[in-house]
Design a protein around this ligand. Sequence first.
Ligand SMILES: Cc1cc2nc3c(=O)[nH]c(=O)nc-3n(C[C@H](O)[C@H](O)[C@H](O)COP(=O)(O)O)c2cc1C
Length: 320
Amino acid sequence: MTAEKIKDFRAALGTFATGVTIITTLAEDGEPIGVTASSFNSVSLDPPLVLWSLAKSSLSKDAFCSSDHFAIHVLSASQQDMSNNFAKSGADKFQDVRWQKGETGSPVIDQYAALFECKTMHQYEGGDHIILVGEVVHFDRRDEEPLVFHGGRYAEARLKTSDEVEQGIDLDQGKFTDDFLLYLIARAYFQSSQPTRTALEQLSLSQSQYMVLSVLSMNAPATAADITDRLAHTGFEADQAALEQMATRDLLVQTNGEFDLSDKGRSHLIETLSVAKAFEDDLTDHFTATEIADTKRVLKKLIDLTGQDVPDLFAANQPE
Ligand SMILES: Cc1cc2nc3c(=O)[nH]c(=O)nc-3n(C[C@H](O)[C@H](O)[C@H](O)COP(=O)(O)O)c2cc1C
């Protein structure tokens, strides 16, 4: 095949999404050996057999071909760095990796979504690769999202939901379940804004006052009518009297009938926002970057769909 044809062939093969594994064995001198491989597949349930293929050009070929065991680690979504590490030919791949010898003697790395420890059963010629078939003597599985490889890039698996979206609400019975989307949105809001509410209490600020500080931080100065208008969709009220009372508390400054943040108001806002940000940072540690991007996209769409009459609070901050 020409180089061009090989490139096309590789691209066509890449349409087949796979998981990613690290496969390990011990060299004859007892050194741990490992490579990243996406060619892993199941072969037989009884006896339990699996296979994978190793490039003949791999520096690890002799170690795998002369060993009678290997261990396959199916990687979780968080192990992309480890996958890259074991794909570096000839590198000292185990340097920062915690591992111990498993049942067959192959190195077992601490982290994985699934583990298959195998005895090497067969080795077959496969063009520029060797096909290794192993009998699984021990396996383990953890509740981890898998790392996916597709089209030459890493990806994350997302389970398809059924086309029928659960309504989560039974109007006849006057009941709803935790599949009711608006319940989930409201509950997520109440729970995730709890630290902010506590911070506000400590600063003796009401929710309405916090909303006033927030809208002014985005666009100021503003008249009372403008602020009232911008808060209308939140259900919080801030009329002229309420704003003047905030000015008396030094939270706002009033000039020519318009309001702006005072230094104290801005510092209270920053203090509250830093509590919210710290809470968000802790929360986002539990999500993948894709989940966060998806959540933001869905929330922005919901905001667009439900907010035709809501003024764009960021309008003045956006570039033309
Ligand atoms: C996602 C991914 C999948 C891979 N799958 C395989 C594979 O199935 N077989 C293989 O021989 N190499 C595969 N490789 C390439 C090897 O990991 C790479 O050549 C490695 O450097 C070999 O190491 P060595 O030369 O130190 O033995 C893959 C690499 C990546 C990033």
